[in-house]
Structures are given as C-alpha cells and as structure tokens.
Design a protein. Structure first.
Lengths: 469, 452
C-alpha cells in the first residue's frame, strides 16, 4: 500500500492470500483424485485519477509487494476512458475472524478420506449403475487485507464438503442421481464434522436404487402445471434468478461482455414487484456455516444481514463500495475475489429464501395435479436473467395431494418475475437447509466463487414443464 | 529459470521416487472494459508446479506456487503422503516415457513483448473505433508448459496468445465480435469493434418469435460454443468406456450430414498449437468425424490402459484437476464447406433464423446430445434468403446430432474462436469453426431483448 501511494495512487488496498485446497475422489472403486494444491501471493488494487489498476505477485516479500503495487499503478495510469469514481464512506476495518471448526479437515488423514469415499461408493452399487463416484474436499484460506484508509483485517476460513453420484445406463438410456446435491456435492464453512454429518454412506443405497429406477421411469410430459421444488434445487433457482440479477455491477453493465447484465434497473429499488408476497430473500454474510460468511469482505466492509426482496418487492442490491456510492444506498459488503491473483467483484455471499410455514407434505397436499422436482441436472438462464430453464434428476408425479410415480428427464422453464409471481407457498423453518456451491463463475479473467443458499421447498403454480415445441 | 529447468528441480525434490513434474508459468495482462472505459485491468505473473509421485501403483499429486527449495520439499512431502494413502490402482498406466514431441510454432515475439501500456493501448484502439458504448477486453499472455519425469521425459513449450472481445451495446441494441490468435498481428481490436457496432445497429426493434423448429445459420462463435459443449462429452474416450456419451454405440456409423467433418488438431498452425498434453504425451491429430461418419474419440494414458484392446493415448490428457472428466478435445477443427460467407448460407436457408453468439449453455441429456442455451447480441430472422429483421434473444433446446444431420452448407474458411475464459492457470484454447447452416434449430422460448 505504501508503495502504491508513493507511485501516485489516491487509494490502495492489498490482500495477501495463502490457500490450501484438497480433493479426494474415487470412481468405480478406484481412487481417481488425490489433489493437494497450495497457492499464495499478494494482489494490489489501486485508484489513480479515478481509474482502477490491479496487479499481483506470488512472492510474499517486499520485492513482490512493491512490484505488484508499481505495476498496478502503471496499468491504472494507462487505462483508457474518462474515469471518475467514488467509494462509499467506511470506517477503517480492524479485526480478525476464524471459522469455528470442531475437527480440522487437514488433520484428517488422506487415508481416512479415501476410505470414506470408497465405502460410500460401494454402497451405491446396483446392477444397472455403470459409474459410481464419491468425493470430499477441504480448503483452508488465510488472508490479510490492508488499505490506505487504515483497514487491517486477518481472516482464516475453513471449508469442507462432499458428494456422491450414481450413473445408470441401459438400452440407450442414461440417468444420474446425486447426493446431497449435483455437481460435486455440497460444502460448508466448517470442519470435517460437516462431511461426517452428510451421511454419504447412509444415503448411498437410495441414490443407487433411484438412478437404476429412473431407467424404467416414464419421461416427464410437457405442459403447464403446479410444481413443488425441493430445497436443494431451490438453491440454484435463488442463485440464478435472484442472486445474479441483484448484483449491482451487472445492473450497471460492467459484466455485460461475459456473464451478462440484469433485467433490473437502479430505479427499481423499493418498487419493482419481483414475486409474490411469499417471496422474502435475504443476503446474509453472517450465517454460521455459510461459504459466504466472513467478518469483512475483500474491500474491508463488515459482514451484515440485508433484505434483497421483502414480500415480493425488490428491497436491496448486492453492492461494492463503488456501486453503493453510485446508487446512493448502502456501503457495499459483497466484494469477493477468487484468489490473490484476481480483483474483487460483486459476488453473492449467502443468499437465502426465508422460510414460510408448514411442511413439505403440506405443500404437496395442496396440489391436485403436478410435479415434485428434485436435484439439479441442467441449468441455463439468459444474459439479463429473465428466461431460465432447469432440468432435474428426478420428478415425482403429484395427484390428489400425494406423491405418485417417478418420472425422468424433467425440465421447467419460465420468466423470472412471472415465475416468482406464481410462488404460493414456502415450507417452514424445519425444512430450511443451507446448501453450499463452489462453482459460481464470473469475471474476466474468470473467477470461481463459493456461496451458500438457505432454502425450503417451495410451490409454484402455472409453470411450463418440458419443451413447448 | 525456464519452465523446464524448474520442472527438473521439482523432480529432484521427489528424492528417488518415481515422479512426474508439470510446470505452468504465466505472464499476462487483461485490459477489461465496460461503458468504453477500462474498469478491471489485471496483470498476472505466476508459476505453478505440480508433482505426481508413484509408489508401486499408488499415485498422489500435489501442486503449489512456492518454488524455493523449502517449498519444493514441502510439495514433495504432500505428494508422497497422498501416494502412501492411496490404494494401488490397477489402471495406473505408469509415468509417461520419453518421446520427441512434434515441432509446432506457437510463440510470437511481438505478442510476448506486449506489456501493460500496449494492452491498455490496444483496448483503447477498440474503444476509440466504437461510436457505441463498448464492453469486452484486450488480453495477451505468455504461457510456459514443461513436463519432466524420472522416466527421462523432458518436454517444454512456450506459447503466446492474444485476444480481443467486443460487445457494442446500448439500451435495446447489441452486437458482438471477437478475434484471437497466437500472433499479435492476428488481432485487430478496432476491426472487431467496428464489426460489433455494425451488428448492434441492426438489432434495434427486436421482435419475438414463436417457439418451433427453424432452419438456421450459426456464425462461427455460435457454432463453436455449441460444438464444444457437445464434443467435450461426445468425443472423449471415458464417456464411451462408461456407456454414457453419445458416441458409445455409434463409432463407425454415418450419423451426421456428409458435409460435416471434424478433427481435434492441436498441431494446426491456424489454431493455438500445442506439442504435448498435460501428461507430456505428444499431441496427435485425431479424426473424430469423416464426412458424417463418427470415426474416433480422443484418449489419454489412463483411458487407453483401461480400455485395453490396443488403444493408445492420442495426447489429450487434461490438467490433473479435471482429469476425472477423461481425455478432452481442446483443439476442435471443423472442415470448411463451399460458401463464401454466412450471408451466402442465409441464401441457402431461405427462411429461418440467423444467430451470432450463444449464452449459458447446459447439457440436458449427454446420451442424446441435447443442449440448451440462449442466443444473444445479434439474432435475426432470415427471409427470402436475406438476413432481415432482428429478434429477441431466443431459448433453444437442440439435439446436436439432429442439428448436424442436415447441413445445407458451411463457409469455406474456418475462423479461430477463443475457448478460454481465463479461469485458474492460463492455457490458450480455441476452436477452428466455419459458420454453418442447419435445417433444424429448435427454439423453445424467448428471453430478453438485445442490449444493456
């Protein structure tokens, strides 16, 4: 920071990050992944004449820090455009934060992790299951943030997760079932106790049986119907159709070239009807166990719990200090960087659908004819986050308020505010679960974010399922 | 210190174990812009070392970016712990033996010499050429890759890559163009910006379209994206072995239009050439589709060992972090056709839709090759053989094999389409694709209008 100021920066911050991540995975009874990756370095972000600059260096010494600072200033000075930026006012951040961990995942031997994967995989076995796989992951990140405004923050974040998959194939049909979610399982900011609590081995027989049973299930028919979406698929629904559109950098267009923009406009705040009165969304970087939980974000803004949608009305955006100053509301708090070698971007932290009332069974009981959808299989949404289409691994027919036969190849599609407007029930707190995903992509160069969503099962009326054509 | 010298130092840290070392180095700059100003400029320098240790068929991998002696000793210790914890793997193919990789030229002094000032200047060239707000980036980088093993393997390569992406956009209108290559001269930022502006100007007043099956022309960026999503699953050996990919029961069969031929060819100088894969195996050109007949898939050492039956690696091992996906075709190349331009393909189509670019694809059914996604930044109706009125962004859900089954034409000259989103370590990849015409493109919904 001192070097950047000396080179002409009006503002500078620096993040030192040391991260270790480990993945152990098995497939068809063989260990296929034993990766143990460490990375460390310093990233320096500067403002020069209103222009941002960012550079990084893997050397954690004075030479590396000064080189990153001087390059960041030089790049900012060269940046074309008519730059003018302010940052929302902020008390300099000072403090420490450490994830509460009962069992350090890096104190668990690799051999124990391998054993867990192989046991869970064995329990997936079924005559029609061609591919079984299991994986567990752990991450430890130690980071220090300082800024020219006097911020000084040290944080140690620990994550763990795991998942299993069974892929069945027969007569030209393939089907997959996963637990606790698709695409690598689920993670939390916690110790190894989280992985032990997932019960991968316990759930595996059901997962294997359902994958095989899907081979004989009828395809899901097309039509407009009522759907009840399980909590885990609701995680992705919230992520894609509420989380990303409410990122204020997208609203202002700065992600237009890659991830896209948003159907929301700055002036929609406080007035736009996003969904029905049952829709309450909260951004909460204080949630215990959340992958987006911290004491301070990557520009030193303290963690907070903020409404994003209240009773269906857009009530807040996810912001940085820059975008908060631009819209004149809030102070930021959602800036996160993938590593020391990337600039922080506006990212989701933990974004929750607040629970409603009643049980999943009660939601289903309120459906005369419809579908219960579980576990993501495919996902796609347009660049303004309006038109989406999701596929799920399994669907269950609902008739007369009770679950019936299993169906395969289910998809549902909609337009974001119309879809959320059709929400007529969210199950209660006893059904609310926190799900953590580690593959949220954004930015150029690309960055992965780890985010969590707390959701309960929810019911939507008049939804297009299957393909219209 | 060169990447290869560093790889040899990593091997020494293995201290007598059978081992393979991979080194990736990066020096890059990206001037990312939005609203015609650079808003996220990023300079990266990094060296990542990876050590694979094999002890009696038990294999462990560790990686990191500390390259001092202590860092390498600690790296070796983690790799050994992983190997000691793994059960023996009967499918372990052994470490890569020594070989002489094919000679490829993928390093351009001019591209390598581009520094932050140049990257900012070339971003400015794009911005200045646009009379609409411009979004996108200019980037250039130098990537070093080296693989060394206790078997005597010792290979290395230095690559350059340069790319510009331009999105000209205002409320209700947007157009897109991109260029990529390994030479600085391959990329004209101002030219890309002008193309994007021209396209954007024709997207105002976009109309909706009824879902249904339409004939279509897909420009190279659109077809490349769709083909990549299909091919990563369809043309890798692991999907065939595990009976889950489209190709499982179709090798040797005529499944596509005879105008369609596809290879994976990392040696093609028109692409982003590579001499060897992430195991250090020499890259080979693999014919995947010959005049509509599905002729092959790509292999790495593990999949070839597992399949047996005389299969050998074709040099398609991906990075270890995604090796569980199996071998991947990172250098797809579609044979050109007869048409001079996408507009000539529109004449062949007569009535249909014209697609510039796709967004957010997802594989709905890998066995059937069904992919969904959206069009964006330049979708038009084709009427009377002409590219006509603009359309809103369309949701499509297509069977790629059906789309490839009837292709009225392809443009003559494939262009290189960037496939790198610059996550993790830089590794330039691109797909050589012409524009294509297809008799069947299934539109299943409508989305947002073009523009910001």
């Amino acid at each position: 920071v001192a070097a950047a100021l000396g080179a002409g920066a009006s503002y500078a911050d620096a993040r030192v990050v040391v991260r270790r991540s480990q993945v152990v995975g098995s497939r068809n009874g063989r260990v296929e992944r034993l990766d143990d990756h460490e990375t460390e370095g310093i990233g320096v972000r500067v403002l020069v004449g209103g222009a941002w600059g960012f550079a990084c260096d893997r050397r954690l010494d004075e030479g590396g820090a000064e080189a990153a600072a001087s390059k960041a200033v030089a790049f900012a000075q060269a940046a074309p455009g008519g730059h003018s930026r302010e940052l929302a006012a902020l008390e300099p951040a000072r403090g420490e934060f450490r994830t509460l961990v009962e069992r350090d995942p890096f104190s668990v031997s690799v051999a124990e992790k391998v054993e867990l994967c192989l046991r869970a995989e064995q329990a997936l076995a079924n005559a029609d299951v061609k591919v079984t796989s299991a994986s567990v992951r752990a991450q430890h990140e130690h980071k220090v943030f300082v800024s020219s405004e006097g911020a000084s923050v040290e944080q140690e974040l620990v994550e763990c997760g795991g998942g299993i998959d069974a892929l069945a194939a027969r007569d030209g049909v393939t089907q997959i079932r996963s637990y606790p979610s698709a695409h690598g399982g689920s993670s939390a900011q916690a110790g190894w106790e989280y992985v032990e609590g997932l019960g991968l081995e316990r759930e595996a027989p059901r997962v294997g049986e359902q994958a095989a049973a899907l081979l004989r299930a009828d395809p899901c028919p097309s039509g407009v119907t009522t759907i009840v979406i399980d909590a885990e698929q609701m995680e992705l629904q919230v992520h894609e159709s509420v989380g990303h559109p409410t990122e204020l950098d997208r609203v202002y267009g700065t992600e237009a070239a890659y991830a896209g923009t948003s159907f929301l406009k700055p002036g929609d705040l406080g007035s736009l009807r996003y969904g029905s009165e049952h829709m309450n969304i909260t951004a909460d970087s204080t949630t215990p166990g959340g992958l987006g939980t911290f004491a301070f974000d990557d520009e030193g803004v303290p963690a907070s719990r903020e409404p994003v949608v209240r009773e269906g009305i857009l009530s807040g955006f996810l912001t940085s200090r820059e975008t908060a100053a631009r819209i004149g509301s809030g102070a930021g708090g959602s800036m996160r960087a993938d590593s020391w070698s990337r600039m922080p971007l506006v990212r989701m932290t933990n974004l929750h659908l607040e629970p409603g009332e009643g049980s999943l069974e009660e939601l289903i009981a309120g459906v005369d004819e419809g579908l219960f959808l579980q576990t993501n299989k495919s996902w796609s949404i347009d660049d303004k986050r309006l038109n989406f289409q999701f596929g799920t691994q399994v669907a269950w027919e609902i008739r007369g308020g009770t679950l019936g036969r299993m169906l395969r190849d289910a998809t549902y599609t909609g337009q974001t505010p119309v879809f959320w407007g059709s929400l007529d029930g969210v199950a209660g707190a006893e059904e609310w679960r926190l799900h953590g995903l580690t593959n949220c992509g954004k930015g150029q160069p690309g960055q992965h974010a780890h985010v969590s969503h707390g959701t309960s099962p929810a019911r939507f009326r008049n939804v297009q399922v299957g393909f219209k054509s | 210190v060169s990447a290869l010298e560093l790889a040899e130092r990593v091997l020494q840290a293995a201290d007598g174990d059978e081992a393979l070392a991979l080194v990736q180095t990066e020096r890059s700059g990206m001037a990312r812009f939005a609203g015609s100003e650079v808003h996220q400029p990023t300079l990266i320098e990094n060296e990542v070392v990876e050590l694979q240790v094999a002890r009696d068929g038990r294999v462990g991998i560790a990686s990191g970016n500390r390259t001092d002696d202590e860092g390498l000793r600690e790296l070796a210790s983690r790799a050994r712990e992983a190997a000691d914890s793994a059960p023996a793997n009967d499918d372990f193919p052994g470490l890569t033996p020594p070989s002489t990789p094919p000679a490829v030229d993928a390093f351009d002094e001019q591209a390598a010499s581009l520094g932050p000032d140049d990257q900012a200047r070339l971003a400015a060239a794009a911005i200045d050429a646009s009379d609409l707000d411009l979004y996108g980036f200019f980037t250039s980088g130098v990537t070093g890759i080296a693989v060394a093993a206790t078997t005597g393997l010792s290979v290395s390569q230095e690559l350059t890559d340069v790319a510009v992406l331009t999105l000209a956009a205002v409320e209700g209108a947007s157009g897109y163009a991109e260029q990529t290559g390994w030479r600085a001269a391959d990329v004209d930022p101002a030219g890309a910006a002008r193309e994007a502006v021209d396209k954007a100007g024709r997207t105002r007043g976009a109309a909706e379209l009824e879902p249904g099956s339409y004939a279509a022309v897909l420009e190279a960026p659109a077809f490349a994206e769709l083909l990549a999503y299909f091919s990563y699953d369809a043309f890798g050996a692991l999907g065939v072995i595990e009976e889950r990919s489209y190709s499982f029961d179709k090798l040797g069969r005529q499944v596509f239009d005879e105008r369609f031929s596809l290879a994976d060819d990392a040696l093609d100088p028109r692409g982003l050439p590579k001499a060897f894969d992430f195991e250090g195996e020499p890259k080979q050109r693999v014919r995947l589709v010959e005049e509509g007949v599905l002729t092959g898939v790509v292999w790495d050492r593990a999949s070839a060992k597992r399949a047996g039956d005389g299969h050998k690696t074709t040099g398609h091992a991906p990075p270890s972090s995604i090796r569980h996906w199996g071998p991947l075709p990172f250098a797809l190349s579609v044979a050109g056709g007869e048409a001079d331009s996408p507009e000539q393909l529109a004449e062949a189509v007569g009535d249909g839709i014209y697609v510039t670019r796709l967004h957010y694809l997802s594989v709905v059914d890998p066995r059937e090759g069904i992919v969904t996604g959206m069009t964006r930044d330049g979708t038009f109706r084709i009427r009377g053989g002409k590219v006509a009125d603009p359309l809103v962004n369309l949701r499509f859900t297509v069977s790629v094999p059906q789309l490839l089954a009837e292709m009225p034409g392809l443009t003559r000259e494939p262009v290189l389409v960037n496939q790198n989103a610059y996550y993790d370590e830089r590794y330039p990849t691109g797909l050589l694709s012409p524009a294509i015409a297809t008799a069947r493109f299934d539109v299943t919904g409508t989305g947002s209008t073009p523009g910001i």
